[in-house]
Design a protein around this ligand. Structure first.
Ligand code: ATP
Ligand code: MG
Length: 482
């Protein structure tokens, strides 16, 4: 008899979550019977086999969690069985049973993936401790696996959602998406996104992050204009407990929080000039020093910055550092205002109608043709955000099954005439549009584009710079092809 019963009565507190399935393979019938009784009494689902063949059949069809395996089976090497089952069932844990003094076998078994071992003869307490420990380990593994599955599912769903949510049929939007996906491939490259308020800068930043190798880590969006000047430095760089009144704990700053991820600096034009110098240093050195500390900390982040201001103008006004701009705009993505890409209005409208019909528990409303026409002639100073808000309001107001001009009218007819004139007769906007269109038409060949525009290539390049068209430094970008 291998199991001795003089064990101290360990309290039966193995109350771990799921019932664990345990298989015992041993050629001694007495042994398997005794262990079986022990397992049954302690709330496990037990299986026994007195030969390897039967054991393997049970393994195949019962999703066993733990195998208690005697390595001294008749005619076969228990160590070979161990290797075999670990290969076939990598999640299966194995406790081996060995003879007293056979340490060499035990060491080999542990190296081959056994989680624990028991020496014959052993006490109930020994087996209970070994099983309890293994059970905890299995539960932990299960929790980790569930968590991993869940996070990868969330990130997958989020990515799909983000893709679906970046709507547009204009060539500008297609180009922006293409550029964002290219930027995503270079996980350390800084990106500057410019465009009027509500054009979708944050959407583009998120696409870059969630399509990049950093996607499983944090996307930290920071708008420095929303943080008080006194706290700015500690918010960005973190602080040591007690380094100033109110610093009651050690705190990580945005740079450290974004480690392995992306730091999205929204509205960089509002960043005080003294902080700009510190931010430039952090980007260049990839290390930061917390307020009140002396030792620098390494942190690996990618910066995506955004602004709706004309940065060149801010530089002339000495409100923005040129060296920081150069650090930030390795890739520059400009999102034109919605009025310069009217083809996007209808698909965006349909998208928002579906979104809000669902949210507001209404049937999906049809859209009257005149409504689309009317929206296309509106200047949308608030861009896509304005269209989205307008659509939500219209759906709330709509009493019929079709959205008509009536639901939008108030807002649009309130538009001052001067604004409308700006849309249609603004020379600069039309010129930038024409250049983009011509570039697209000539597949970004600058020489051919200049030709159809009737200007020299130098003049085209000057204008492209002026309108922020494709200023980027990544190889093989369309604008750099000849
Ligand atoms: N192409 C698009 N497809 C779908 N939704 C969009 C698109 N562009 C913008 N939006 C939506 O419009 C709203 C404004 O977008 P976002 O916040 O990204 O703009 P922004 O350029 O960052 O504006 P701001 O400068 O005011 O911060 C959001 O609800 C966003 O989801
Ligand atoms: Mg924004």
């Amino acid at each position: 008899m291998s199991v001795t019963s003089n064990s101290p009565a360990l309290s039966d507190n193995l109350n771990l979550n799921a019932q664990m399935k345990v298989l015992v393979i041993d050629d001694e019938v007495n042994f398997t019977e005794e262990i079986e009784e022990f397992l049954d009494n302690h709330g496990y689902i037990s299986f026994t086999a007195n030969n390897v063949h039967k054991g393997k059949t049970i393994l195949k069809s019962n999703n066993i969690d733990l195998l208690i395996l005697d390595v001294r089976l008749k005619g076969v090497s228990g160590l070979d069985i161990l290797k075999e089952v670990k290969l076939e069932y990598p999640k299966l844990e194995v406790i081996i049973v060995s003879a007293h003094g056979d340490m060499e076998t035990v060491i080999t078994a542990l190296r081959n993936g056994a989680i624990d071992y028991l020496k014959k003869p052993f006490r109930h307490a020994d087996i209970q401790i070994a099983i309890q420990r293994t059970h905890r380990f299995i539960e932990l593994q299960r929790t980790i696996r569930k968590f991993e599955e869940k996070t990868s599912l969330i990130s997958k769903q989020l990515q799909e959602k983000i893709k679906r949510d970046f709507i547009g049929e204009s060539f500008q939007i297609k180009e922006i998406l293409e550029m964002a996906l290219t930027a995503a491939k270079y996980k350390d490259t800084s990106v500057l996104i410019t465009g009027e308020s509500g054009t979708g800068k944050e959407n583009v930043a998120r696409i870059i992050h969630y399509e990049s190798a950093r996607k499983d880590n944090v996307f930290c969006a920071v708008n420095s204009s929303a943080i008080s000047d006194t706290l700015l430095e500690s918010e960005f760089f973190g602080h040591k407990k007690g380094s100033f009144t109110g610093a009651i704990n050690d705190k990580k700053g945005f740079f450290e929080v974004s480690n392995q991820g992306t730091l999205f600096l929204d509205e960089i034009a509002d960043m005080p000039i003294n902080l700009q110098a510190k931010i430039l240093r952090a980007i260049e050195e990839k290390t930061i020093t917390r307020v009140g500390e002396t030792d620098p900390v390494a942190t690996d982040f990618r910066i995506i910055a955004a602004t709706n201001h004309d940065v060149e103008k801010l530089i002339k006004q000495k409100k923005f550092r040129l060296d920081l701009l150069h650090r930030l705009n390795t890739i520059h993505i400009h999102i034109p205002p919605l009025r310069e890409r009217v083809e996007d209005i209808e698909p965006l409208l349909k998208h928002f109608v579906t979104e809000f019909s669902h949210k507001l528990n209404k049937p999906i409303l049809k859209i009257d043709k005149d409504t689309v026409q009317m929206l296309k002639s509106y200047s949308f100073p608030g861009n896509v955000r304005e269209l989205r808000n307008m659509t939500e309001r219209a759906i709330i107001l709509c009493k019929d099954e079709i959205l008509t001009v009536n639901e939008f009218q108030a807002k649009i007819s309130a538009e001052p005439e001067t604004h409308k004139e700006k849309v249609y007769f603004n020379l600069e906007e039309n010129e930038s549009n024409l250049i983009r269109l011509a570039l697209k038409l000539k597949n970004y060949n600058q020489k051919k584009t200049a030709e159809i525009l009737g200007i020299t290539r130098d003049s085209l390049i000057r204008r492209m710079k002026k309108y922020n068209i494709f200023v980027n430094k990544i190889d093989n970008f369309p604008a750099e092809q000849e």
